[in-house]
Design a protein around this ligand. Structure first.
Ligand SMILES: Cc1ncc(COP(=O)(O)O)c(C=O)c1O
Length: 450
């Protein structure tokens, strides 16, 4: 095939640009023509562009990988799917089918779990804002409530009095595990004695019973040792509660935060090198359990893994709608998806692949989305061969936090499909249209056009 003519570009020679394997990045290519054997062509033809695509095979593989890492080391492991990470019904249903409980942080997420058929007893209710009506429902339905602050303790005590019952609760703790900034705005601080004071108060009132401890130390935590410190502190606190108050801690919920194979902006090493295997986390946590638990005591170990389960299962297919030469000499591409669909591009640098081989030398290129805003940047300087209008790009991993934090701003939100284990492709969220956006709007009669 005759190579297409490409206007030559003069590029500054960058010393040190060769990688340590001696390959020039100027010609290395990242091509992804299919997702689980379904071609990008077929996906775009059937569902349009942009398009979020999820791999069911990867969802299930990741779930089982995490489960195996922990369940081979500890006898009593439970996973709770973190709804906020991705609460599309189909995604949640896959994880529930694998055995996950639901971890929710708002009345909305609670309702979502219930509407999917998850009974209250299989819901963990976290979060700093649980309105009274939501708390009441959660108590009545037997959900596991993790208290975040003293006001909530008071609300629960009031509910317990009204219902004439004792309510079992978990306490969310925050603590120094070496990860900074510390997420101290959630829960009660362990190191300062705040959590212990709260338990003294709970015990004195006698309306609530502490049956669990919870912590979530952050997200994308690259150091397994932080979990060792977290687990040690939690078990030691559980031991203290047993000794001082007679509370038997039935479960320790260590939260989520395990990293996916994504690249946090500003990190030098690629994720394959920088991100420890889940086994390293399982080892640190279960080691700390065995070192600190009383002999023969095995409380349930709960994990609220979010991004590590779903991120790599998600892809965004987008199309180049315009090509430019920017004033500083870089190539510029306008894609039909941007920050509106990829909220996490603020923090993470994605892998950008073309759906087919493209001839020509790579050049540093800026990839922008369709918004009329300067911050709509998918990548400021990725190496791409010269792309033509209409080229499809596959961006990954994007399964975590994007289809929950995406914005309806300027553009409609795209369709989402699930590629099943058998290669079937099913629509799991339709592309939006005007009726979705205007459904809640009201135009005063006096402003109607005649
Ligand atoms: C309480 C709680 N649990 C679990 C998660 C999931 O975290 P990740 O996606 O980092 O695993 C979050 C995320 O913010 C959270 O707030």
């Amino acid at each position: 095939m005759k190579a297409a003519y490409e206007k030559p570009a003069i590029l500054r020679l960058e010393t040190g640009y060769l990688n340590k394997f001696g390959n020039s990045p100027m010609y290395s290519r990242k091509v992804r023509s299919q997702i689980d054997a379904v071609t990008i062509d077929e996906l775009v033809e059937r569902f349009g562009s942009p398009l979020f695509v999820f791999s069911e095979r990867t969802l299930r593989r990741k779930y089982r990988e995490v489960h195996e890492a922990f369940a081979t080391r500890y006898p009593h492991v439970v996973q709770a799917w973190s709804y906020k990470t991705n609460y599309l019904k189909a995604i949640c249903a896959v994880f529930h089918e694998e055995g996950a409980l639901a971890e929710v942080v708002s009345p909305f997420e609670y309702e979502k779990a219930r509407a999917l058929g998850i009974p209250g007893r299989d819901i963990i209710f976290n979060g700093p804002h649980k309105p009274m009506a939501a708390l009441r429902r959660a108590v009545e339905e037997g959900a596991q409530i993790h208290v975040d602050h003293l006001d909530e303790i008071q609300d629960l005590e009031q509910l317990a009095a009204e219902l004439g019952t004792q309510i079992p609760i978990g306490i969310r703790l925050n603590m120094d595990t070496g990860i900074h900034p510390q997420w101290t705005r959630f829960g009660l601080n362990l190191d300062s004695g705040q959590a212990l004071d709260a338990v003294k108060r709970i015990h004195a009132k006698g309306r609530l019973v502490v049956t669990g401890l919870h912590a979530h130390i952050g997200t994308f935590i690259l150091d397994p040792e932080a979990y060792r410190r977290e687990t040690e502190k939690m078990v030691q606190f559980a031991n203290l509660l047993q000794e001082r108050f007679g509370y038997t801690i039935e479960y320790l919920d260590v939260g989520g935060g395990f990293p996916s194979k994504s690249r946090l902006k500003g990190t030098y090493l690629p994720p394959e090198v920088a991100v420890p295997h889940i086994d390293a986390y399982a080892e640190a946590i279960t080691d700390a359990l065995y070192a600190n638990l009383a002999p023969g005591v095995f409380p349930r170990l709960i994990l609220e893994t979010g991004r590590a389960l779903v991120d790599e299962a998600g892809f965004l297919v987008t199309t180049v709608v315009a090509t430019k030469r920017l004033a500083d000499g870089r190539r510029g591409y306008v894609a039909d998806a941007g920050l509106n669909d990829l909220f996490t591009s603020f923090w993470y640098r994605f892998t950008i692949e073309t759906d087919r081989e493209v001839q020509g030398m790579n050049e540093p290129a800026m990839v922008n989305g369709p918004l009329c805003m300067n911050i709509d940047v998918i990548d400021e300087g990725t190496l791409l061969p010269p792309l033509r209008r209409g080229t499809r790009l596959v961006i990954s991993p994007v399964g975590a936090y994007n289809v929950t934090q995406w914005m309806q701003f300027i553009e409609y939100r795209p369709a989402v499909v699930l590629v099943g284990e058998d290669g079937s492709v099913e629509l799991i969220r339709e592309r939006e249209d005007l009726s979705d956006i205007e459904r809640r709007e009201r135009l005063p009669a006096r402003l109607h056009r005649p």
